[in-house]
Design a binder for this molecule. Structure first.
Ligand code: 13P
Ligand code: SF4
Length: 301
């Protein structure tokens, strides 16, 4: 039996749903029940009636699923699937930062640990960060963490008083305005779409055509009539772009934009996760209870 067939059979016998992020390996995306950005997958995890959620993504996504749907078993097929951005702030560091800004509202990007979310008032993803911040009473200062590029983008879009945590995604931050200028010269006329975590997205915001979450980029890809589009994000997203729109050429701004964490999980890991019920992601109930309010605000926005 092929690995794909084994996975399909195990998903049924274990009453499991397989969720995959847009950056996963093509073969993992192809066998998933749902593929999408972090907001879409959080909503799927929250709504599923399956007993087990297998998360082909990274740890903070699996933790989020567990917090939003605590009676389900959540499996992360490889524990090395972490996130360099989520590692850039600890709950202890956040408590110290909050103490220096009493009264400020804390907005945590979903790319954070459960402990950090438990110290936060609101969570957001790249697709709804602006709406979440616009929903906070206008007289409140905001602490935005941990991604400074996304935070700066939100600050410019909302005009709010936002203090930024100086963290970044090691994969996206390396895409600099110079890379954008070079690609523009090599591909004249091609529109540029960029994820807000990119180091080029805010400093060169004027020369990026659209700043979008990964699902936003896929919608753009599906609808565009441009002969070529330059894509500034993790290259795993190109798989669905080609499928959604075979007549447009999707060119990565930098083909080396690969997230090692997102590539940890392969089909054999997923098969083993289902067969051996591993690796179970649990969040201490007290931490989960404190993080849930912020996460519910995120899925409602
Ligand atoms: P999206 O929510 O846009 O899918 O982004 C998640 C992520 O980890 C980007 O690096
Ligand atoms: Fe984390 Fe960056 Fe990888 Fe996204 S691309 S999972 S933010 S390290």
């Amino acid at each position: 039996m092929s690995l794909e067939a084994e996975i399909r059979a195990l998903k049924e016998s274990r009453n499991a749903v397989l969720l995959a992020h847009n950056y996963q390996r093509p073969e993992v995306q192809d066998i998933a029940d749902f593929v999408g950005d972090s907001l879409y997958l959080s909503r799927q995890a929250r709504e599923t009636d399956r007993e087990t959620i297998v998360f082909a993504g990274v740890r903070f996504m699996a933790e989020t699923a567990k917090i939003l749907n605590p009676t389900r078993t959540v499996l992360l097929p490889d524990l090395k699937a972490g996130c360099g951005l989520a590692d850039s702030i600890t709950a202890e560091q956040l408590r110290t930062w909050k103490a220096a800004h009493p009264g400020a509202a804390v907005v945590a990007y979903i790319n954070t640990s459960a402990e950090v979310k438990a110290e936060s008032d609101y969570c957001c993803t790249s697709s709804n960060a602006v709406q979440v911040v616009n929903g906070i009473p206008a007289d409140r200062e905001i602490l935005f963490l941990p991604d400074m590029f996304l935070g700066e983008y939100v600050r410019r879009r909302t005009g709010r008083t936002i203090h930024l945590w100086v963290g970044d995604c090691p994969v996206h931050a390396r895409l600099r305005p110079e890379d954008l200028d070079r690609a523009r010269l090599q591909h004249p006329g091609a529109p540029v779409i960029a994820h807000p975590e990119c180091g080029c997205s805010t400093q060169a915001m004027e020369s990026v055509d659209r700043v979008l979450s990964t699902d936003g980029m896929l919608r753009f890809a599906e609808e565009t009539h441009a002969p070529e589009v330059l894509v500034a994000t993790e290259v795993g997203i190109l798989h669905r772009m080609h499928r959604l729109n075979p007549t447009t050429r999707f060119t990565p701004l930098d083909a080396g934009t690969v997230c090692p964490y997102m590539k940890e999980i392969d089909l054999a890991d997923i098969r083993d996760a289902l067969e051996f019920r591993r690796y179970v992601i649990d969040v201490p109930p007290e931490t989960a209870a404190r993080a849930r309010t912020a996460l519910e605000r995120m899925v409602a926005a």
